[in-house]
Design a protein around this ligand. Sequence first.
Ligand SMILES: [Zn+2]
Length: 334
Amino acid sequence: MSEASGRTATVEAAKTPEVVRIELPTHYPIGPVNVFLIKDDPLTLVDAGLNNDESWALVQQGVRDAGCEMSDIERVLLTHGHTDHVGLLRRLLDVADAKVYAHTYCAERLRDPEMGEALASAYIFDMLLECGVPESHIDKVREVRASFKDLRITAPVDGDLEHGDTIGRYTVHHAPGHSPADILFVDVDARTALTGDHIIESVTPVAMLRPVAPGEPRPKMLVEFMNSLRATRELDLDVCYSGHGKPIHDHRAAIDTILSKQERRTNRVRTILAEGEVTPYQMCQSLFGELKDAFMHMSMAVALGHLDVLEESGEAVSETRDGVLYFRTAYPKR
Ligand SMILES: [Zn+2]
């Protein structure tokens, strides 16, 4: 996206701008979400909370407390397209003449959320069935997704970003895994990054199920996520401003913690798999017990993700029979 880089590079102040964290509530298991006001030229907001009146009032208050007005915001950067990160964008654009930048995948879905949701829903429900989840449980996930309707917004995006693009002081670093659209905005000079849900202090972000077009192979999101984390580990950063919780001052330690937690879970999955063939749903039950929760698709993503990791390393084999996916160890007991 060279156009934006050329345009903004010339107006960028050399000084590192102040970053103000504004925490907004969510009803999601992850808890509150962060919006960052960057007192830069242009005045920038990173991410946009959940779409509800409470968040809107709080973000306005937070911006005012920082000595600015919502109408002064000139640029919005989005770390990814989940509802708790883009929700207030529409309301913001009603009061501010701001340019919006997001990864191409996220941008396409903001322009046409119904297309995005139709694809995602159909895919996720099909995928859960394929994983061996009973229909009755899938109905619960359907209800939850339907209840998210008011949280989804349509908004214009001015710049579709890809890995390596520059936007003002930031270099775009694509880090797919938690979502396909995850990007880090890296300020190389200041050694800081806005990292969205890619790394979160004391949390292991979930590599969510990701819809694909019909006929396309299913991406192994956790494998992709772990590769992205290893790439982020190589970046020279002093502070990471994450989408939830406090800023991270040692991203390598945070990434090592996430990777070792992932490894421990992969070990458990390997042990369970040694006992015999399973569907991802059965693996999920072995890991987490009976799944009745409305956010069950996230637990399913975890189970499937670790089975994918074992398949990727050649330790597991998968097969689809009668529309259901089965995994077995590649080293059966003799
Ligand atoms: Zn997210």
